[in-house]
Each structure stands twice: as structure tokens, then as C-alpha cells.
Design a protein around this ligand. Structure first.
Ligand code: FUB
Length: 310
């Protein structure tokens, strides 16, 4: 074993956190622990025009230890969905596992969410339906922009799909994971601080459970903070509790929480790589810590210079 490998193994994991997981621009992390490995599904900023989020394929990174990440290439692109325009933009992805299958929730073109399925985390993914799971033109209450899907599977096995900008949406999924089990509802968050009119729902909904409470986190907008509320049931209503991650020096903020082996991590994107910016983002993560009362400690962002070791 080389000295650098030995030192890397000795280094505390917290130090590996808040550096980019890849040298390739990528954003909107969907982190998971599947079949003994960590996986992060991502929006591929490296293949966009640099002027807009107009990439047409998603990207996948894998790690066995959260320190060393391997670029697994594009697990899916929009052409897999025959009903989608081949140049439709591929935005923030989500993946969920159920009964031996991996389900990829793919926001396409800003107005539809498709779902693809595979037998392995890396794919190949194939369209799980012949049309979109969510379609703004077809589905009542799909909202103005059905993007940013997030899936939460509760202890009782009920799966929920969250999505949307400006108004957070939630719908139950059938156990097949590819059809809705009920209406699309609006999620309510009460108790936003009155002294900050910018604190409202923007995008990037994410739902997780910890210590018996349901945590709904999201970005407040463009630019946005990552904030959260808690509730006693997945459908809410949620009570605003505070800020998880402050504004970044880019126009978007997008988070996901990974809880594995008793540890919690906040994955998000930032501007950490040379040449980066609002359309050239990079994925990183940090330990997520809870207080005894269930509140979450605000994650202190590391600057690009510190992350690069400048
Ligand atoms: O990557 C495109 C969009 O930027 C995502 O859908 C939003 O969440 C924001 O991160």
C-alpha cells in the first residue's frame, strides 16, 4: 500500500467531506447506499452548454468509502424515453430501490417526470412505462414546473413522490413504484419567519425520517438557502425549523440527506472546482448533525479555496 493510500485511510472522513466528489462538473445529488456501495446520481453539468442546464444525460458516481469516487458514466439519457424530445433537458434525478429493482425518476424538459427501471444500480435503465409518470399537461395539480423528484419510502412500505417548484407537491406511489396511488397534493409548511420574506418554498424537495420525526428540506429559491420543517406524518403539515445550509455563491442550492450505518450526511452542490459557476456546479457532502431536540445544526460551508487546499 502506498503512503498516500495509507494516509487517506487514516484521515478522518469529515476531512474528505466538503471537497468535490469528482473533477467533472455535476449537480443535484441523489445519494444512496445500494448493494454495499455508495452511489450519487447527478445532473451532468459537464455536458451542458455552460450557459444553461441543458445537458441531456445524467451521471453516476460510486464509492466504497465516501473518500474515493469512481465516475461510472451516464446511467441514463433522455433518448431512453421514446416519448421525450431527444434534446429535452435532463435535470435533478432521483433513484429508489424496491424488491430487487432500481427506479430512476427523471425530470425531462421541465414539464414531465419519467421513470426508468434497472436490475443494477449502474443500469442499464429502461423506460418503466410508455409515458411520463408526471405530466404537467395531463395531471391535475402537477404544478407549473414538475421537476426535482424525490422519493421517500416509509417504515410501513408506503412510498411517496415529491417534486415541484414554488409549490411543493407530494403523491403516494403504488408498490410498483411506477404509478401514482392517489392525487397530487400540495405540501404545507407553516411558521416561516415573518422577518424574512425570501424564506418560502422554491425547489429541491427532500423527505427523510430521523428519530421518529419526518424532515422536509428544500431550497428557498434562486439563490436559495436549504431550510427544513418537521412533521409527525409524511404528508405534513410541516413546521418550519431552520436553516441547514446558507446561500451559496451560485444561483441554485440542492440537497439530499443520506443516513447510513448510524451516520447522517448532507449532500449538495456548490461552486468548488476551477472554472465553476451557476451552470458548472460540483457535488460535495458534509456530516449532518442533530441536536437533542431534533433540530438540525446548520452546516458550515467550506470555501472553494479551502476545499482545494489553496
Ligand atoms: O440542475 C437543474 C436545476 O437546478 C435543478 O432541477 C434544480 O434543483 C437546480 O439545482
Amino acid at each position: 500500500m502506498s503512503l498516500s493510500c495509507a494516509l487517506a485511510l487514516l484521515a478522518p472522513l469529515a476531512a474528505a467531506a466538503q471537497t468535490p466528489i469528482a473533477s467533472r462538473f455535476s449537480a443535484d445529488p441523489s445519494p444512496h447506499f445500494f448493494a454495499g456501495q455508495f452511489y450519487v446520481y447527478a445532473t451532468d453539468d459537464a455536458s451542458n452548454s455552460g450557459k444553461y442546464w441543458d445537458s441531456t444525460a445524467w451521471r453516476l458516481y460510486a464509492s466504497t468509502d465516501l473518500r474515493t469516487w469512481v465516475d461510472k458514466g451516464a446511467p441514463l439519457d433522455v433518448t431512453v424515453f421514446k416519448w421525450a424530445k431527444p434534446d429535452a433537458k435532463a435535470w435533478a434525478p432521483e433513484v429508489a430501490f424496491r424488491r430487487g429493482k432500481y427506479f430512476f425518476y427523471a425530470p425531462i424538459g421541465g414539464d414531465k417526470i419519467g421513470v426508468a427501471v434497472a436490475d443494477r444500480p449502474e443500469g442499464p435503465f429502461r423506460d418503466a412505462r410508455t409515458d411520463a409518470l408526471i405530466d404537467k399537461a395531463r395531471d391535475p395539480n402537477a404544478g407549473d414546473e414538475p421537476i426535482d423528484p424525490a422519493v421517500f419510502v416509509d417504515k410501513d412500505g408506503q412510498a411517496y413522490l415529491l417534486f415541484g417548484t414554488r409549490v411543493p407537491k407530494i403523491a403516494k406511489l403504488r408498490s410498483d413504484m411506477v404509478t401514482l396511488a392517489g392525487p397530487i397534493r400540495n405540501l404545507t409548511v407553516n411558521g416561516f419567519p415573518h422577518d424574512d420574506p425570501k424564506k418560502t418554498y422554491g425547489e429541491a424537495p427532500f423527505l427523510h425520517q430521523h428519530g421518529g420525526l419526518y424532515y422536509f428540506s428544500f431550497s428557498t429559491g434562486w439563490p436559495g438557502q436549504i431550510v427544513y420543517g418537521t412533521a409527525a406524518t409524511p404528508l405534513g403539515p410541516y413546521q418550519y425549523r431552520g436553516v441547514i445550509l446558507d446561500y451559496l455563491p451560485i444561483s441554485t442550492n440542492h440537497q439530499a440527506v443520506l443516513e447510513h450505518a448510524g451516520k447522517s450526511w448532507l449532500f449538495y452542490h456548490d461552486n468548488l472546482l476551477p472554472g465553476g459557476g451557476s451552470h458548472r456546479r460540483s457535488i460535495t457532502f458534509a456530516p449532518l448533525r442533530y441536536n437533542r431536540d431534533g433540530t438540525i445544526q446548520t452546516v458550515k460551508r467550506r470555501s472553494a479555496e479551502a476545499a482545494r487546499g489553496d
